[in-house]
Design a protein around this ligand. Structure first.
Ligand code: GAL
Length: 438
């Protein structure tokens, strides 16, 4: 990627300074980059005042609960500000991203919007649509409170353009305990082959569609986890920097395995959102769904308990790998209320904001200074994996590839869902890489 230059000197230079108390002026550390803003973050007691329009795709169900937790704190901490909820429904930003692109294009930016750390943010940076927020990151504590790995993924030529609110894991299988029990399955399969053998057992026990899938982006996510399983972490990461060919044997194997997996799945339509698939697991119409750990919030919302009702494991063959994505909030160029936007960024980056949000959302805090013991078992396990595992970037959620590349992969996967033509999918993936890789 052109400018995901990790200015390690710059990140190392992030100096942690005390978080400004309400009404104070927060001093920033030296980012070590000549272009980086060096001014101290100015904050005003009770907030800058005025409307603060925040754009996300957390519009409904369990996702809205995460956002609502943040809104509540924002109103408490910044009573001068009025939160304006600009959420557009549709998981993974399936509808939101087009609306956002046109608002940005028409110079009608929100005051802050949700984007994914990594390649997706590059799109906005390259188009000059977002501003550096080094002052906010520094005021929050810089690399004293955010993992270096994550700051590296957010740093472009020495500048940081967003504040991460959370980290999600994408390579998780969510499974119905009673369905597995009935099928006589009591071990986690080691690889895709073992998983397919288990699907046969589930089918034999009377469940016609052991695997739940939903609309196209959920299929892209399932496919990416099969790529990780069949290629391994290193070769998977090589798909994005040209070291692994998209028509290599590993990719062909993944395409074949993915096709086989789909033969165990329900029929989904393009626009089906992710809760539909999790609900199939909850009702026992399916045994499994591969979904990011926002699924946890859905189980919680439906009153379903870990180990009793549902269980989880990394997509078979990906144990020891954390397929990563992080939601991250920006300061758009031309935002009407940059002061209010920075209040929002300070809130989502604060320990209090991250705890409230992530408890509701199923993700883990991006900050490292929030005790794991404050979280339930699934999230404790995710925190441990994020620390110990090999981290790779999600395709479906903007960490590994640009918006345009993701769109081309999605079109290829959507075509494949109908045609099941393996040769065609491989050649579409090769073409997408050729067209979009920088
Ligand atoms: C991802 C996002 C998550 C979650 C998910 C489903 O792209 O990062 O926070 O919202 O989509 O909508």
């Amino acid at each position: 990627m052109r400018s995901r230059t990790v200015a390690s000197a710059a990140t190392a230079g992030l100096v942690a300074l005390a978080l400004a108390a309400c009404g104070g002026t927060t001093q920033t550390g030296d980012t070590g980059n000549a272009n980086a803003p060096t001014t101290a973050l100015q904050t005003k007691a009770g907030g800058a005042g005025g409307d603060v329009g925040v754009f996300t795709w957390w519009a409904a169900g369990s996702e809205k609960q995460g956002l609502d937790a943040l809104i509540k704190l924002f109103q408490e901490k910044y009573p001068n500000n009025k939160f304006v909820n600009l959420a557009v429904a549709g998981g993974a930003g399936s509808n939101a991203k087009a609306k956002l692109a046109s608002d940005l294009q028409n110079n009608q930016p929100p005051d802050s919007f949700q984007g994914h750390a990594g390649a997706e943010l590059m799109d906005y940076i390259d188009k000059g649509q977002i501003e550096p927020v080094n002052d906010v990151i520094n005021a929050l504590g810089g690399d004293k409170v955010f993992p270096k790995d994550l700051l590296d993924r957010l740093t472009v030529d020495g500048n940081i353009y967003s504040v991460p609110s959370n980290i999600h894991r994408a390579n998780v299988v969510w499974a119905n305990v009673a369905v597995l029990k009935k099928a006589g399955i009591n071990e986690v399969p080691k690889d895709i082959k073992g998983w397919i053998a288990d699907m046969d057992k589930v089918k034999a026990s009377g469940v016609d569609t052991p695997l739940a899938v939903s609309g196209t982006w959920t299929q892209v996510q399932l496919f990416e986890t099969v790529l990780i399983a069949d290629l391994g972490a290193e070769a998977y990461s090589g798909l994005f920097d040209g070291k692994t060919a998209w028509d290599s044997d590993g990719v062909k194997q993944a395409v074949a395995d993915y096709k086989k997996l789909l033969s165990y799945a329900n029929t989904a339509s393009d626009g089906d959102d992710w809760p539909v698939a999790i609900d199939l697991v909850i009702s026992g119409k399916a045994a499994y769904n591969v979904m990011g750990d926002w699924a946890l919030a859905q189980f919680n919302e439906k009153g379903k308990k870990q180990d009793q009702d549902w269980t989880w494991f990394p997509t078979p063959g990906t144990d020891g790998v954390f397929d990563f994505l992080a939601d991250s909030f920006t300061l758009p160029k031309g935002a009407k209320n940059p002061g209010g936007a920075k209040d929002w960024l300070m809130l989502i980056g604060s320990a209090e904001g991250q705890k409230a949000f992530n408890l509701a959302k199923g993700s883990i805090p991006a900050r490292t200074d929030i005790p794991a013991s404050d979280f339930p078992p699934y999230q404790q396990a995710a925190m441990k994996s994020f620390k110990d595992d090999t981290i790779v970037s999600s395709i479906a959620h903007g960490a590994a590839v640009s918006l345009a590349w993701n769109a081309d992969i999605s079109t290829a996967i959507s075509k494949f869902y109908v045609s099941k033509n393996e040769t065609q999918l491989v050649s579409d993936l090769v073409a997408a890489q050729k067209k979009n890789a920088g």
